[in-house]
Design a protein around this ligand. Structure first.
Ligand SMILES: *[C@@H]1O[C@H](CO)[C@@H](O)[C@H](O)[C@H]1NC(C)=O
Ligand SMILES: *[C@@H]1O[C@H](CO)[C@@H](O)[C@H](O)[C@H]1NC(C)=O
Ligand SMILES: *[C@@H]1O[C@H](CO)[C@@H](O)[C@H](O)[C@H]1NC(C)=O
Ligand SMILES: *[C@@H]1O[C@H](CO)[C@@H](O)[C@H](O)[C@H]1NC(C)=O
Ligand SMILES: *[C@@H]1O[C@H](CO)[C@@H](O)[C@H](O)[C@H]1NC(C)=O
Ligand SMILES: *[C@@H]1O[C@H](CO)[C@@H](O)[C@H](O)[C@H]1NC(C)=O
Ligand SMILES: *[C@@H]1O[C@H](CO)[C@@H](O)[C@H](O)[C@H]1NC(C)=O
Ligand SMILES: *[C@@H]1O[C@H](CO)[C@@H](O)[C@H](O)[C@H]1NC(C)=O
Ligand SMILES: *[C@@H]1O[C@H](CO)[C@@H](O)[C@H](O)[C@H]1NC(C)=O
Ligand SMILES: [Cu+2]
Length: 613
C-alpha cells in the first residue's frame, strides 16, 4: 500500500439550531458510538449507533419548532458529521440543513463523512405540519425506512472500490435489503383506518421497488413537497428519496398482508447467487393469523414520479438565466482506478473549503476559477432562474440530489435517449406545473432537465446520492450568490477553531493562495489521466486485467518520482481530502448564526485516522 499523508478531518461536535420561531424547543443529545448490530441475522458487526442504540432515533418536530441537536463523537477512530437531508438551510449554509425549519415533510439525517452513513449513521427526520393539506384525512402516521445493508464496514470496502484492482468501478453489492433496519418487520395496524406512511430510502446504493399486497398507496408528498393525491400500486425510491402516502386498511381482520422492498438489481454489476434482494414486512391485522410469504410479482412497473403535481401548483419557472450542463461518465485515471466525472472532471476536494473561499476572495468570489479546477464549481447570481441539464453518458442509473433547494423536474428522457441537446424537446414541452423534489433518478444513457431559482445564498453540492459515486467524484459545487453570502453570513469562531485544529486553511482560493487568488498552483488535483492510448473503459478493463501487476509498479514509480506529493495524491488521500472539503464546505450540522444554545466543537479523542497500512 502506498504511504499517504492523511489530513485529520474536521470535527464533529456540533449543535444545530433547526428553527427560529418562538415555538417549542426540542432538544436531542446524541452521543455517536460504535455498537454491535445484526439486522439481517447473518452476523454481528460494528455499526454506528447513537446513545448506545441502533437503529438511531428519529428526529421529530413540528414546523416552527426550535430543534437543538447536540452531537458528541465518541467513535474514537473516525470523525463524523450530520447532514440534514432536504432542509434548505436558508441563511445558514455553513451548517447545511439546520436552520429555519419552515419546511414540513419527510427528511432524514445522515453522516456526510467519508462514505460513512451506510455503517449505520442514518435515520428519519420528520417535521409535522398541523396545517398540512392532508390533516384530517388520516388517523395515524407510520414512519418506515427502506435500506440496503453491507456485512463489511465501508472503511474496508472503499479501498477496494477505488482501486486499480477494480478497473471497471464495480460497486460492492449489498448483502441484504432492510425495512426499518431489520427484516420481517411487523407493522401493527387497525382495520378501517387511514395511515400516512412516510417512507424514506436511507440506503447507500440500491433503489428499491416497494409495494403492499392488497393495498394501494395514495402519494401525497415527495421529498418534502406536498403533491396532489396520486394512486400507486408500486413505487420506486432511489437512495435518499422520500415518499409519503395514504394507506387505507381493510375492514376485515382475518389476514395479514406482506409488503415488499425489492432492490433494483440493474444497479449491480454482478448478482450473487445467494443474494436475496427482497425484504418482506407485514401489515398485521391479527397477530395470531398467518404471515404469508410475499407473492412473486411478474413486472416491476412503478409509479412515474414525473407525473406528480405539487399541491401548491407552483408554475414552471421562466426561461433560464443560466444553464449548467453536466455530462456524466465513468472512466479510469492514471492510477488505474475508476472514477466518476462531470464534464471530464472528477470532484477532488479543494484545500480550502469552498465556503471559505467564497467568503475570503472578495469580488473574485464571483469567478468560478477561484474554486479550483477539480470542484466543478458554478457561480449563480442571486435571483437567477437556473437550469441544470444532466446527460448520462453512462449505462447506470444515478439519483441526483441538490442541496439547498427542491428543483422543478421539467423533463426526464427514457433510457438510451442520448443527450438533451440531441432531443427535440423545447420549452413548450415542459409541464405547466412541474413536479418538484430534491432527488431525481436519471436513466441509463438518458437525460434530465431541472430548474430552480437562486433564492438561497450558499454553497450547495449537486451529486449522485449513490454513496460509491460520491466517493468516486460524481459531484459539482453550486456557489449561489457568493457576494451576498459575504454580506450576510457570519461563521461562528468555533468553526474556524475546528478547521485550525484540523490543519484546514480557511482563506484564499482552492489552493490556499490568499495573495493571487487566480493562481491555483499547488491545488489538490485528481490523478493524472491515463497515458495516451488507454482511453476507453472497455480497453482499460481488458488492459488492466493483464497489466495490473506492471501498472502497479508504474503507479508506484510515478508517485515516487513526483516532486510535489500533492500533485499526484494517492487514492486514499484523495478520499480523505474529499471528506474534509465536503464537511467543512457544507457544514456538519453545526451551530446557528442566531444566538442559540452553546455550541461545542471538538476533535474526536482518537485524533485523525492514520494511514491504512
Ligand atoms: C473503528 O472501531 C471499530 C469498533 O471498535 C472497529 O470495528 C473498526 O474496525 C475501526 N475502524 C478502523 C478503520 O480501524
Ligand atoms: C420504524 O422506525 C422508526 C424510527 O426510525 C420508528 O419511529 C417507527 O415507529 C418504526 N416503524 C415501525 C412500523 O415499526
Ligand atoms: C387500487 O387502485 C386501483 C385504481 O384506482 C383500483 O382499481 C383498485 O381497486 C384499488 N385497489 C385496492 C385494493 O384498493
Ligand atoms: C369499511 O367500512 C366502512 C364503514 O362501514 C365503509 O365506509 C368502507 O367503505 C369500508 N371499507 C372497505 C375497504 O371496504
Ligand atoms: C424478488 O421479488 C421479485 C418480485 O416479486 C421476484 O421476481 C424475484 O424472484 C424475487 N427474488 C428473490 C431472490 O426472491
Ligand atoms: C391546485 O390546483 C388544483 C386544481 O388544479 C386545486 O384543486 C388545488 O386546490 C390547487 N391548490 C392550491 C394550493 O391552490
Ligand atoms: C470530454 O472529453 C472528451 C474526449 O476528450 C471530449 O470529446 C468531450 O468534449 C469532453 N467533454 C466535455 C464536456 O468537456
Ligand atoms: C421529435 O419529433 C418527432 C416528430 O415530431 C417525434 O416523433 C418525436 O417523438 C420527437 N421526440 C424525440 C425525442 O425525438
Ligand atoms: C430563503 O429565504 C428568502 C428570504 O427569507 C426567501 O425569499 C427564499 O425563497 C428562501 N429560499 C428557499 C430555498 O427557501
Ligand atoms: Cu451514481
Amino acid at each position: 500500500m502506498l504511504s499517504t499523508r492523511l489530513f485529520p478531518v474536521c470535527c464533529i461536535w456540533a449543535t444545530a439550531l433547526l428553527g427560529i420561531s418562538s415555538a417549542a424547543t426540542v432538544t436531542y443529545d446524541f452521543d455517536v458510538t460504535w455498537v454491535t448490530a445484526n439486522p439481517d441475522g447473518a452476523f454481528d458487526r460494528p455499526t454506528i449507533g447513537i446513545n448506545g442504540q441502533w437503529p438511531i432515533p428519529p428526529i421529530v418536530a413540528n414546523v416552527g419548532d426550535n430543534v437543538v441537536v447536540h452531537v458528541k463523537n465518541s467513535l474514537g477512530n473516525e470523525t463524523t458529521s450530520l447532514h440534514f437531508h432536504g432542509l434548505y438551510m436558508n441563511g445558514t449554509t455553513h451548517m447545511d440543513g439546520p436552520a429555519q425549519i419552515t419546511q414540513p415533510g419527510t427528511y432524514w439525517y445522515h453522516s456526510h463523512t467519508r462514505g460513512q452513513y451506510p455503517d449505520g449513521l442514518r435515520g428519519p427526520l420528520i417535521i409535522h405540519d398541523p396545517d398540512s393539506p392532508f390533516t384530517g384525512q388520516y388517523d395515524e402516521e407510520i414512519v418506515l425506512t427502506v435500506s440496503d445493508w453491507y456485512h463489511d464496514l465501508m472503511t474496508d470496502l472503499l479501498p477496494g472500490f477505488i482501486s486499480k484492482s477494480n478497473p471497471t468501478g464495480a460497486e460492492p453489492v449489498p448483502n441484504n435489503a432492510l425495512f426499518n433496519e431489520t427484516q420481517n418487520l411487523k407493522v401493527a395496524i387497525q382495520p378501517g383506518k387511514t395511515y400516512l406512511v412516510r417512507m424514506i430510502n436511507i440506503g447507500a446504493f440500491a433503489g428499491q421497488y416497494v409495494w403492499f399486497e392488497g393495498h394501494n398507496m395514495t402519494i401525497v408528498e415527495v421529498d418534502g413537497v406536498y403533491t396532489q393525491p396520486a394512486v400507486a400500486d408500486m413505487i420506486y425510491l432511489s437512495a435518499a428519496q422520500r415518499c409519503s402516502f395514504l394507506l387505507t386498511t381493510k375492514n376485515e381482520t382475518s389476514a395479514n398482508y406482506a409488503f415488499v422492498g425489492s432492490m433494483d438489481t440493474t444497479l449491480f454489476d454482478t448478482l450473487p447467487d445467494d443474494l436475496n434482494y427482497n425484504v418482506t414486512g407485514w401489515l398485521v391485522y391479527d397477530g395470531n393469523a398467518a404471515f404469508p410469504d410475499a407473492a412473486f410479482v411478474d413486472e416491476l412497473n412503478p409509479f412515474d414520479d414525473m407525473t406528480l403535481i405539487p399541491w401548491d401548483n407552483q408554475t414552471l419557472l421562466g426561461e433560464p438565466d443560466q444553464t449548467i450542463e453536466l455530462d456524466v461518465i465513468m472512466d479510469n485515471l492514471g492510477d488505474g482506478a475508476n472514477y466518476a466525472f462531470f464534464n471530464n472532471i472528477t470532484y477532488t476536494a479543494p484545500k480550502v473549503p469552498t465556503l471559505y473561499t467564497a467568503l475570503s476572495t472578495g469580488e473574485h468570489a464571483s469567478n468560478p476559477l477561484v474554486y479550483g479546477d477539480y470542484t466543478n464549481s458554478f457561480v449563480l447570481e442571486k435571483g437567477q432562474v437556473v437550469q441544470i441539464v444532466v446527460n448520462n453518458l453512462d449505462s447506470g442509473r444515478h439519483p441526483f440530489h441538490l442541496h439547498g433547494h427542491a428543483f422543478q423536474a421539467l423533463y426526464r428522457s427514457d433510457e438510451e435517449a442520448g443527450t438533451f441537446e440531441d432531443s427535440n424537446i423545447t420549452e413548450a414541452d415542459f409541464p405547466a406545473i412541474p413536479m418538484r423534489r430534491d432527488t431525481l433518478v436519471l436513466y441509463p444513457d438518458g437525460n434530465i432537465v431541472l430548474r430552480f431559482q437562486a433564492d438561497n445564498p450558499g454553497i450547495w453540492l449537486f451529486h449522485c446520492h449513490i454513496e460509491w459515486h460520491v466517493t468516486s467524484g460524481l459531484m459539482a459545487t453550486i456557489v449561489e450568490a457568493p457576494l451576498d453570502l459575504q454580506k450576510t453570513l457570519t461563521i461562528p469562531q468555533s468553526h474556524y477553531d475546528v478547521c485550525s485544529a484540523g490543519g484546514i486553511p480557511t482563506a484564499g482560493n482552492a489552493a490556499g493562495n490568499t495573495v493571487d487568488v487566480l493562481d491555483l498552483a499547488g491545488e489538490n488535483r485528481a490523478p493524472d489521466p491515463l497515458p495516451e492510448g488507454f482511453t476507453t473503459r472497455g480497453k482499460v478493463a481488458l488492459a488492466f486485467s493483464c497489466l495490473a501487476g506492471i501498472l502497479g509498479v508504474m503507479v508506484v514509480a510515478w508517485y515516487g518520482l513526483s516532486p510535489d506529493p500533492n500533485s499526484h495524491p494517492a487514492v486514499e488521500q484523495r478520499v480523505a481530502e474529499a471528506q474534509v472539503g465536503q464537511e467543512a464546505a457544507h457544514g456538519t450540522g453545526a451551530a446557528a448564526k442566531n444566538a442559540g444554545p452553546e455550541e461545542i466543537v471538538t476533535v474526536p479523542s482518537g485524533g485523525s485516522r492514520g494511514p491504512r497500512a
